[in-house]
Ligand binder design. Structure first.
Ligand SMILES: Nc1ncnc2c1ncn2[C@@H]1O[C@H](COP(=O)(O)OP(=O)(O)OP(=O)(O)O)[C@@H](O)[C@H]1O
Length: 264
């Protein structure tokens, strides 16, 4: 288990406590500047908290050597700036650094899952934003880590690739990996996540099931939008609709039209 306890980071994060278990798909949501990227970097061991602890399997995350940690946690940043002539193939194979013997089957499966076969010999710097994001995600998958901490991994993808990649991530969690994924598209959160951590102004304001958070007043307060969650009439799956909050509602801090759907 990855456990964050009473963690603060400078003035950006305050008193953060949560845990991530293998097999969970946890969505990290919150407004711009709430601290999601910073939280992921601290949880992944790349930033040292100014208070509190981050433990991985009952050991401080910072006590792991880089290679040991890479075998347990794969972290994908929101943006990656690389000004060296690596091909996509080079980058993806770097993910295998965490293990003494590269797992060919996992490398091939990750390449296929992220749909980057046709890009393998391209210079990473020449790719489009979405192509680059899929290549870097393939690298993270190749790490075969127990936990994946992914910062907006589908933000640059077209809708088909967003759904394909989120389906892949969901299947990884079903197969036993623990995922903490920052996502701005609330519809995707409803469809794919098991649990939601809502971060507002550096503090966790909700850490509950999708059903609890995505129909709660907290969501409206956090984003100042009008939210409706309902059961898809054809499939029964949860669906979410968002609209700008009406001015009078915003001033009165009234959150309207939150409907409990009959989804699972
Ligand atoms: N290196 C830094 N120095 C100073 N302030 C920083 C630094 N990194 C982040 N911040 C600030 O910390 C806050 C949280 O930033 P962070 O990137 O973690 O937010 P976020 O929730 O990921 O936002 P977004 O949704 O826009 O990606 C922001 O106000 C940001 O300006």
């Amino acid at each position: 288990m990855l456990t964050v306890t009473s963690m603060s980071y400078r003035s950006i994060l305050r008193d953060i406590t949560f845990s991530l278990q293998k097999g969970e798909f946890v969505a990290l949501i919150g407004p711009n500047g709430a601290g999601k990227s910073t939280l992921l970097q601290v949880a992944a061991g790349f930033l040292t908290p100014t208070a509190g602890t981050v433990q991985l399997a009952d050991r401080p995350i910072r006590s792991y050597r880089a290679k040991q940690r890479a075998a347990r946690i794969a972290y994908m940043p929101q943006t990656t700036v690389l000004d060296v002539p690596y091909t996509v193939s080079d980058i993806i194979h770097m993910g295998a650094y965490a293990h003494d013997h590269p797992d060919r089957a996992v490398i091939e499966r990750s390449i296929a899952r992220c749909n980057v076969e046709h890009l393998l010999h391209r210079d990473l710097r020449s790719l489009s934003g979405g192509e680059r994001q899929r290549a870097l995600l393939a690298k993270a998958l190749v790490q075969k880590a127990d936990y994946l901490l992914l910062d907006e991994p589908v933000s640059a993808l077209d809708i088909q690739h967003q759904l394909e990649i989120l389906t892949v991530l969901k299947s990884l969690s079903r197969d036993g990996q623990g995922l903490l994924v920052s996502i701005h598209h609330l519809e995707h959160v409803v469809t794919f996540a098991d649990r939601v951590i809502l971060l507002c102004d550096g503090q966790i304001t909700a850490d509950q099931t999708v059903r609890d958070v995505m129909t709660s007043r907290a969501l409206c307060d956090a984003f100042a939008v009008d939210v409706a969650v309902f059961a898809d009439p054809f499939t029964g799956e949860p669906r979410l609709s968002v609209a700008p909050q009406r001015k009078d509602e915003r001033e009165n801090r009234i959150c309207t039209r939150i409907e409990e759907g009959s989804f699972r």
